[in-house]
Design a protein around this ligand. Structure first.
Ligand code: HGA
Length: 609
């Protein structure tokens, strides 16, 4: 995904900008660029398709020395990856901008500018902002007010940094929907989309709030203005060093760390993708809107945990978007004579984007008459995203534990964004309510993580067992499947999941005091039916462990233990209920003394068939 780095200093900033871009490389991108004000006060720019190394090569021996500069790694949403579309973009000869995000109303604005005689150099939405800013600067004579006036005209999500030769010792940044931090140095200051990019020069940061605009200048230092244009005070935080994703920090295992990261990475997955009461469908790519309008059916193909995410999405796509949906494991799909109904969208899910079976399924699907292929993936630039027409990156960050946790829940969030983007009734009250609920989801997940200690206590009941049964209904059936998969992957306990209504058709025969039965029971429309299924287990002497909404009237008893999960909109419940099941498997595995992060016989990125 895109990265921004900007610097205002007394020293030459070119090296700082390039090092910042290198530190953002892990996000994946397709091109990079840098612009500085040179010794003569003129704007100079260099851009290159491909890696930051290609940009450095293009800069050659002398490069672009300067004391004020902005730089960017781009992951294209509007216009193909090319040098002309790479950032920084210019407005006139004196203004340069770097931008992360999507300008939703760029088309009408572009038409107006073209009617006024503006010639566009790129296909990007960003260039519209560059020209609007240039015009505003000519009128206002001040960069900060030009940025504030321009932001009032644009809709969508952005983090941006701007400089102008007419304000040679200033940089202005702004954020709405995409992250932006200010690095505080001694007589120098910086802007970046991620603090990691600036750890080379400072460990003191201001995390901008939604709607904030910041001005870095020699004259006045760092000034922050809120969404209403009022001067605002923002705390300076000291970054506590650590090598981030590569380190377990204070956690005993990567898996536990990754479970606890879920509120943050889900917030990151939502960043820049939610507008006022609606999902920004352009997050799936510039062509998404046109393709989505034609979709009549969905085929989802994935493996393992990702397959379970697809199964949840089927319920959402059918219930909320009215789209017939088929979900299949990739290793089966790729060898089947698949019949594709007209106007079917092909969707793949993979953490790494290199999963061999999923990739082969995509290549097979491309020989069939699908409407297009969409990839939901955690690794930008991976084969799956490169070979698909549309893609959405989850922002789970590197997942080190072999058993997937945060990659799964961020996939679920991405699939819900897809579902909402495909609803015929775009922008209605239901979408607004779900967008609101999604915004609140990280906070609810934080509360669910407080269940860690009671779940650790509960896990003792499983450590000596050889089998376990997981039950759920509706969207919670795939969550039961995922809970059982997690338990078997890391604790080596044989676990099976069933839709609770299937119990009496077979698995009930296994139920006795040695077979713990785990049930996920949110307060949804299938609750009463699930309760009857639980009675069937209790009547056979089975030991029940129920994760339930506090509003569910279930009385704990000798062979029935109830753990309360925070209340939530039933559509979002599968995401929430995943967390206690992950914690349960984790604690059982720890008690059993298995290798939690690298369970036997398994590997992380499954690049073989
Ligand atoms: N819309 C801009 C920036 C894209 C972006 O933020 N990607 O992650 C472009 O297409 O250049």
């Amino acid at each position: 995904m895109c990265g921004i780095v900007a610097a205002l200093a007394a020293r030459n900033v070119q090296g700082i900008l390039l090092e910042g871009l290198r530190r953002l490389e892990y996000r994946g991108y397709d091109s990079a660029g840098v612009a500085v004000l040179n010794a003569a006060g003129q704007l100079e720019r260099q851009r290159a398709v491909g890696k930051v190394a290609a940009l450095e090569a293009a800069l050659g021996q002398h490069g672009l020395p300067g004391h004020v500069g902005i730089a960017h790694t781009r992951w294209a949403t509007h216009g193909k990856p090319s040098e002309a579309n790479a950032h920084p973009h210019r407005g006139g000869h004196a203004l340069a901008i770097v931008h992360n995000g999507i300008i939703e109303n760029f088309e009408p604005l572009k038409r107006e500018l073209e009617a006024d005689g503006v010639i566009f150099e790129s296909e990007t939405d960003t260039e519209v902002v560059a020209h609007l800013l240039d015009r505003a600067f000519l009128e206002q004579g001040d960069l900060l007010t030009a940025v504030q006036a321009t932001l009032a005209q644009i809709d969508g999500a952005y983090a941006l940094a701007v400089m102008h030769a007419g304000a040679p010792r200033e940089i202005v940044g702004a954020r709405k929907g995409s992250p932006l931090v200010v690095g505080v140095g001694i007589d120098e200051s910086f802007i970046a989309s991620d603090a990691l990019a600036l750890l080379q020069v400072t460990d003191r940061f201001i995390y901008l709030e939604e709607g904030d605009v910041v001005r870095l200048s020699d004259a006045r230092g760092i000034e922050v203005f809120d969404a209403d244009g009022q001067s605002a005070t923002r705390e300076v935080h000291t970054y506590v060093h650590g090598d981030g994703a590569a380190s377990r920090g204070d956690y005993r295992h990567f898996m536990l760390k990754e479970i606890f990261e879920q509120p943050a990475v889900i917030a990151a997955t939502l960043e820049g993708r939610l507008g006022a009461g609606r999902v920004l469908e352009a997050s799936f790519g510039a062509e998404a809107k046109a393709r989505f309008a034609k979709v009549k059916q969905i085929h989802i193909v994935a493996c393992g945990t990702s397959y379970h995410a697809g199964l949840v999405a089927r319920y959402w796509l059918e219930k909320l978007a009215g789209l017939p949906t088929q979900v299949e494991v990739a290793s089966e799909y790729r060898y089947r004579d698949v019949v594709v109904p007209p106007d079917t969208l092909f969707v793949t899910l993979s953490q790494s984007g290199e999963t061999a079976d999923t990739l082969a399924a995509l290549r097979y699907a491309k020989t069939l008459n699908y409407l297009g292929a969409l990839a939901i993936c955690n690794v930008p630039g991976s084969s799956l995203t490169r070979e698909s027409d549309l893609s959405l990156m989850t922002q789970a960050g590197p997942e080190i534990g072999v058993a997937s946790t945060k990659a799964f829940t961020t996939q679920l969030v991405a699939l819900l964004l897809l579902t909402l983007s495909l609803r015929p009734e775009r922008g209605d009250d239901r979408e607004a309510a779900l967008v609101q609920a999604l915004r609140g989801l990280p906070a609810v997940l934080e509360r669910a993580l407080e269940m860690d200690a009671p779940i650790a206590a509960l896990s003792e009941a499983f450590a000596e067992k050889h089998h376990a049964l997981f039950l759920g209904r509706g969207t919670q059936f795939p969550i039961a499947l995922e809970g059982a998969l997690k338990l078997k992957e890391i604790s080596y306990i044989h676990a099976e999941a069933y839709p609770a209504g299937e119990l009496k058709h077979g698995p009930l025969a296994l139920v006795d005091a040695d077979m713990p039965v785990v049930a996920v029971a949110p307060n949804d429309e299938l609750l009463e039916k699930l309760k009857s299924n639980l009675q069937e287990v209790r009547a056979r002497g089975g030991e029940l462990f129920v994760f339930a909404d506090a509003g569910v009237a279930l009385q704990a008893a000798d062979n029935l233990r109830v753990l309360h999960v925070p209340p939530i909109d039933e559509i979002l419940a599968p995401i929430l209920y995943t967390l206690p099941l992950q914690l349960l498997s984790y604690h059982v595995a720890v008690l059993k003394g298995t290798d939690v992060d690298q369970p036997r016989n398994l590997a992380k990125s499954v690049t073989v068939e």
